[in-house]
Design a protein around this ligand. Structure first.
Ligand code: HEM
Length: 433
């Protein structure tokens, strides 16, 4: 089959048809379809989530699926061994289309397809996760504190007081990418290459139904990234054992080449796209609440809780999905074997049953840490301690250096539906302290 025809057929069956259906449902006013299609403004996201919540703790969606914004149900499903992660064939309920999807799969490294840790189920999942989890213990991450401070300090030194800049481009994305690149043994001068792959490639990982153009660009970017990462892995092999996380993975002879590439790609992607988004969301929330920012500037020991509140109030993790492996009951509803349950992370983080005045940003909120922004259960975010530290250090350093920073225009949201964050954030830095 001609490559372009194959690719186009794959997109049409796996993304194009669902996209057309969602658009139709969205036009008819279905709030879940609109959430998947039209989340280009934060107020839209939370307005739609509330419409879904009003339908009940869990409610049906088209195609034998369910959706919930209930914190307890979201947590329970993520922890329940009777659910599995979603696989590529789940894109269609029709067996013949499922077979066609497998046949036409472009076969590029994709964080949402096996062998990605994110979609591998126990017991296989445990074997893979164990290989890298040592590098992410709170103690191992605390050892990076000084290095993160150095990186943030050097980036701030390069920013000029009283000028306008895109904070995402020049600061927020730079901290996590530099940290994870060092952890993976990637030389600093190759970081611009990584951005080149990540921007278009992310469309495939974070949008439920990208357009054909986005799908094609993303596939090409992921293919380019795979060539890059294969060469990097080879370089690590030649170098022999060192202290980068990938070194242990590369030396493990039980792993297939594909699994080694998956680890590299997933850690890189998950390690900086999400944290960059959280950083942007944090700056917007803090600048909109100057009294709370002033309190943090006067009492910096409040930063860890403020970071938890940002992860709750404007969650990066908006939509997750699990599939029932047997017929079961949730809140009096029968969820049949094979049904998908869509989990609204941002909705769960604004569940009034858990958080008082959930739509208010309160950096001193006593139970802010009860959010589900890092997921739960066996797939709970591996990098959570690292993300927390980068956000605490990066935000504190930014507002200490530029205490009067203001927005210089409307932030541009990414066009992702699964992960919610900001792509461009124009700011006036104001005077340096
Ligand atoms: C604020 C930043 C971050 C957020 C909001 C976030 C969120 C999440 C969530 C919600 C999951 C679970 C997904 C699911 O159950 O389907 C997850 C998994 C994961 N995260 Fe993060 N993450 C962040 C930062 C990081 C960082 C810095 C790293 C690594 C350097 C990382 C690595 C991973 C990995 C490897 C997994 C897959 C774990 C598994 O499947 O066992 N994340 N993350």
């Amino acid at each position: 089959m001609d490559v372009d025809f194959r690719s186009r057929s794959h997109w049409l069956m796996g993304y194009g048809l669902p996209r057309a259906t969602l658009k139709l449902l969205a036009r008819r006013g279905d709030p879940f379809a609109r959430l998947l299609i039209d989340s280009s403004r934060p107020e839209n996201v939370y307005r739609l989530v509330e419409q879904i919540r009003r339908r009940g703790r869990i409610s049906p969606v088209v195609g034998d699926g369910w959706v919930t914004a209930d914190a307890q149900i979201v947590r329970d499903v993520l922890r329940d061994g009777r659910f599995r992660t979603a696989k590529p064939h789940d894109r269609s309920p029709v067996p013949v289309i499922q077979r066609m999807l497998a046949k036409t799969n472009p076969g590029v490294l994709n964080g949402l397809e096996p062998p990605s840790l994110l979609v591998v189920d126990p017991p296989e999942h445990e074997r893979l996760r164990r290989l890298v989890s040592r590098a992410f213990t709170p103690r191992a991450i605390d050892a990076l504190r000084h290095r993160i401070q150095e990186i943030a300090g050097a980036l701030l030194d390069d920013l000029h007081a009283n000028t306008r800049c895109d904070l995402i481009d020049e600061y927020a994305s730079q901290i996590p990418i530099q940290v994870i690149a060092e952890m993976l043994g990637i030389p600093r001068d190759e970081i611009p290459l990584l951005f080149g792959y990540a921007d278009p490639g992310a469309k495939m990982l974070t949008c439920t139904s990208p357009s054909w153009r986005d799908f094609r660009t993303a596939t090409a970017a992921l293919r380019g990234f795979e060539i890059y990462i294969a060469a990097h892995i080879e370089r690590l092999r030649r170098r022999g054992a060192d202290d980068s996380i990938l070194s242990a993975v590369v030396q493990d002879t039980d792993l297939t080449e594909n699994e080694v590439r998956m680890f590299a790609g997933l850690l890189l992607g998950a390690g900086f796209i999400t944290t960059t988004h959280a950083f942007g969301n944090a700056v917007v929330a803090l600048v909109a609440h100057p009294d709370q920012l002033a309190r943090l500037q006067a009492h910096p020991d409040g930063w860890p809780n403020a970071v938890e509140e940002v992860l709750r109030y404007d969650s990066v993790f908006q939509i997750g999905v699990r599939v029932a492996t047997e017929t079961l009951q949730i809140d009096g509803h029968t969820v049949r074997e094979g049904s998908a349950v869509f989990l609204l992370g941002g909705g769960a983080n604004r569940d009034p049953a858990v958080f008082e005045r959930p739509d208010e940003f309160d950096s001193t909120r006593a139970n802010a840490r009860d959010h589900i922004g890092f997921g739960s259960g066996v797939h709970v975010c591996l990098g959570a301690p690292l993300a927390r530290l980068e956000l605490q250090i990066g935000l504190q350093a930014l507002f200490e250096r530029f205490p009067r920073l203001t927005l210089a225009g409307e932030p541009t949201l990414n066009d992702s539906t699964l992960l919610h964050g900001i792509k461009r954030l124009p700011v006036n830095l104001g005077p340096a302290a």
